[in-house]
Design a protein. Structure first.
Lengths: 211, 150
């Protein structure tokens, strides 16, 4: 495997051919904020927070580092006034959907993002696709998927699969940056298979308890 | 729509997962909507996860996940039709059928839908029923147009 030499934030970084800029930076101990990247999953490029500036002549090019492969003698900057400004706006847009997400709030503090800049559109899901992709790629269960499109796009559990598989797995829960996923699961559980419910007592249980 | 007919459609497309959208379109055009059982059957036969089939079926506007009537009534609300009184045509159709856009009547006769342009602006205002465009309709014409479709 060919080794590639590039420069990230003034530091010389070696990376294997075919890795992404984000992975190269992470291996070199340079942190880039990201919400939709996961080491076990195929890069998605959904949250755009990991964007970096690549110097290839002037003007510089903005690329999303989680889907951009490393190139020989590339000069990359992970922080600049321009990047910070874009990340701040991205965070403000995401916060309009999930104002209470701790992960988003931490990043907002770092980049000075104002969570009240845009009118709240509390969908709570930021479409990072971590749950959907984890379920499909790692667990191969496909219990959760996207439905609809555009501004109406949301995640949805398939009741038939979720009622059988989710109780023993729930590995996607900690991946969610906003905890909307848990809410969506409890909701579908209560609607479609309350008998198998983990947290909420079922009708049957309630009857037993009342006796 | 029974499983036998669905299997026939799938066989027509040689059961290839890449033909998923074509298969769904065929079911949609025959059955006017995609019942859950049909989606499940297609997923099973093509070995495509149900979540993926649902994603596709809910993504495209050509597919309906709720029952639709025998006649699809589309009223053009595009700019050209709008300035020629599409709003009044829509109101008349709403009154005649008792439906709001997106609804279907209990007898499963009409499904009412608005569209933003049908691409034949010179004919405005346009009502399209089952793919056939009725152009230059007036408020008094609308009931006559609808009566063609039993």
């Amino acid at each position: 495997m060919n080794e590639i030499l590039l420069e990230i934030d003034g530091k010389e970084v070696r990376a294997r051919e075919g890795t992404t800029l984000l992975e190269a930076a992470q291996n070199a101990g340079i942190s880039i904020p990201k919400l939709c990247q996961h080491e076990k999953l195929i890069p998605f490029g959904g949250c755009r927070l990991c964007l970096v500036e690549v110097e290839s002549g002037s003007p510089t090019k903005l690329v999303v580092s989680c889907v951009y492969p490393v190139e020989e003698s590339l000069v990359v900057r992970t922080r600049s006034e321009k990047i910070d400004r874009i990340r701040k706006t991205l965070l403000e847009l995401l916060l309009a959907h999930a104002p209470n997400s701790l992960q988003l709030q931490d990043l907002a503090k770092e980049y000075g993002a104002n969570k009240d800049r845009f009118e709240k559109e509390a969908s709570f899901c930021i479409h990072c696709g971590l749950c959907v992709r984890y379920c499909a790629e790692v667990k191969k269960l496909n219990a959760v998927g996207f439905v609809d499109r555009g501004i109406n796009k949301e995640i949805s559990f398939i009741p038939e699969i979720a009622s059988k598989e989710c109780k023993d797995c729930m590995e996607c829960f900690p991946l969610c940056p906003t905890s909307y996923l848990q809410a969506a699961f409890v909701f579908i559980e209560a609607l479609a298979f309350p008998e198998a419910s983990s947290g909420i007592p079922s009708k049957k249980q309630k009857l037993i308890n009342n006796q | 729509m029974d499983n036998k007919r669905i299997d026939q459609i799938i066989d027509k497309h040689r059961g290839e997962a890449s033909s998923l959208i074509q298969i769904l379109l065929d079911i949609q055009s025959e059955n006017h909507w995609l019942p859950k059982e049909a989606l499940g059957r297609v997923s099973e036969k093509l070995e495509v996860p149900l979540s993926r089939t649902m994603h596709i079926a809910s993504f495209y506007k050509a597919f309906s996940l709720v029952p639709k009537g025998r006649h699809a009534v589309h009223i053009c609300m595009g700019t050209a039709c709008h300035v020629r009184g599409a709003k009044r045509i829509l109101e008349t159709v709403e009154e005649l059928t008792g439906l709001k856009p997106g609804e279907t009547d209990v007898e499963m006769k009409y499904s009412l839908e608005t569209v933003n342009c049908l691409g034949c602006c010179a004919l405005g205002p346009v009502i399209e029923i089952n793919g056939k465009a009725h152009g230059k309709v007036s408020v008094s014409d609308t009931s006559g147009v609808l009566e063609h479709y039993k």
